[in-house]
Design a protein around this ligand. Structure first.
Ligand SMILES: NC(=O)c1ccc[n+]([C@@H]2O[C@H](COP(=O)([O-])OP(=O)(O)OC[C@H]3O[C@@H](n4cnc5c(N)ncnc54)[C@H](O)[C@@H]3O)[C@@H](O)[C@H]2O)c1
Length: 342
């Protein structure tokens, strides 16, 4: 299939683009490199550098059959400081993409939505029928795109699936590069390179790396007086490779005129202290940590119910927290090394 991956130079999009190339799809990546990296685009893919607004129409006019839409700004704090940036880029960019798809007759789209659409949940695990009450322009922009997808499905027959991810973690060896995986070939890891990095696991591993190098550092956990088993916040984590697999399954499941929503999580949350313990075990580094004050707006527990996608598509996560931390650590170490890939 001819597939457009928007945001395919970013963390998740690059892993999915690589898996699509490896599965034999004809992949075009559209990315403005605002937070992505050209070297993350799989070699087998065509890369177009540009924004959704400027380039989607031209790229789609070339016979693309499906879109995997990752391109977005995704920092909650930044969205609170610059809401217009998020409405313009995430909603405005997505509307430009949808309009270009309508004009070109592109029939299907899989969209990266987020747990942030739910805001403070009334019940956990959170299922797809929970009310959407985003507490940030970031979450608001994703709800708005979900709404637009439902309308494009109803009015123009688009086949659309929104995947609402909880916390994505881990890394994946690059697929799609000739020779990748063969004996003696260097493994290139696709992992998180966000700046600033707001996610717990890469931040804990960053401290581990700094301590291991003798540069010091420590981690601050935000609060230990939540009503949870050890007082720290509980979050649901999903390995980026499991997420990529869900995208490929969703791509095959889009039905004309339907917009479906699926949560993606593991249904079993981990506390911040449990994540810290796992990182200490994997790295062998006694990562120093202190408890700071709570962060405003942090719910105590965010855990997904993935029952709907299990029932409809037969998807289930396969990799546990140990695998996420181990792969993220391998990527952290590899990315610190000079690239020896030919
Ligand atoms: N990482 C997570 O834990 C997580 C959780 C929930 C949802 N998501 C969603 O998943 C998607 C991918 O997240 P990520 O962590 O890989 O982020 P990322 O920042 O690594 O990737 C996003 C990519 O989109 C590109 N981009 C942004 N705006 C663009 C535009 N207007 N035109 C073209 N390219 C543009 C960026 O350059 C970047 O390469 C995002 O939509 C995000 O909201 C991520």
């Amino acid at each position: 299939m001819r597939v457009l991956v928007t945001g395919g130079a970013g963390y998740i999009g690059s892993v999915v683009a690589g898996q699509l190339v490896a599965a034999g799809h004809d992949v075009t990546v559209l990315d403005d490199l605002s937070t992505g990296f050209a070297d993350a685009v799989p070699p087998g893919a065509t890369f177009v550098k540009g924004t959704l607004r400027d380039c989607a129409a031209e790229v789609l006019s070339d016979g693309i059959e499906a879109v995997l839409h990752f391109a977005a700004k995704s920092l909650v704090g930044e969205s609170m400081a610059q809401p217009s940036l998020y409405w313009g880029n995430n909603l405005g960019g997505s509307l430009a993409l949808l309009e270009a798809m309508r004009a070109a007759g592109t029939p299907r789209i899989v969209f990266s939505s987020t747990a942030a659409v739910y805001g403070e949940p009334e019940t956990v695990p959170i299922d797809e029928t929970a009310p959407t009450r985003p507490t940030s322009p970031y979450g608001g922009s994703k709800v708005a795109v979900d709404t637009a997808l439902a309308e494009f499905a109803r009015m123009y027959g688009l086949g659309a699936i929104s995947l609402r991810y909880f916390n994505v973690a881990g890394a994946h060896p690059e697929a799609g590069r000739p020779g990748a995986g063969e004996a003696g070939s260097a493994v290139r890891w696709l992992g998180e390179r966000h700046s600033p990095e707001t996610h717990l696991i890469p931040n804990v591993l960053g401290v581990a790396q700094s301590v291991a190098r003798g540069s010091g550092g420590h981690l601050t956990l935000f609060g230990d007086d939540y009503p949870t088993k050890d007082g720290t916040c509980i979050r649901d984590y999903i390995h980026v490779a499991d997420l990529a697999r869900a995208h490929l399954q969703a791509l095959g499941a889009c039905q004309p005129g339907q917009h479906r929503i699926y949560n993606l999580g593991s249904e079993s949350g981990f506390s911040n202290l449990e994540v810290l313990a796992e990182c200490r075990a994997v790295t062998g580094v006694d990562i120093p940590a202190e408890i700071g004050p709570r962060r405003p707006g942090d719910p105590a527990v965010l855990v997904a119910s993935s029952a709907r996608i299990r029932a409809d598509l037969g998807w289930a996560p396969e990799r546990d927290l140990r695998a996420m931390v181990a792969d993220a650590w391998a990527a952290t170490l590899a990315m610190a090394e000079p690239d020896r890939t030919p």
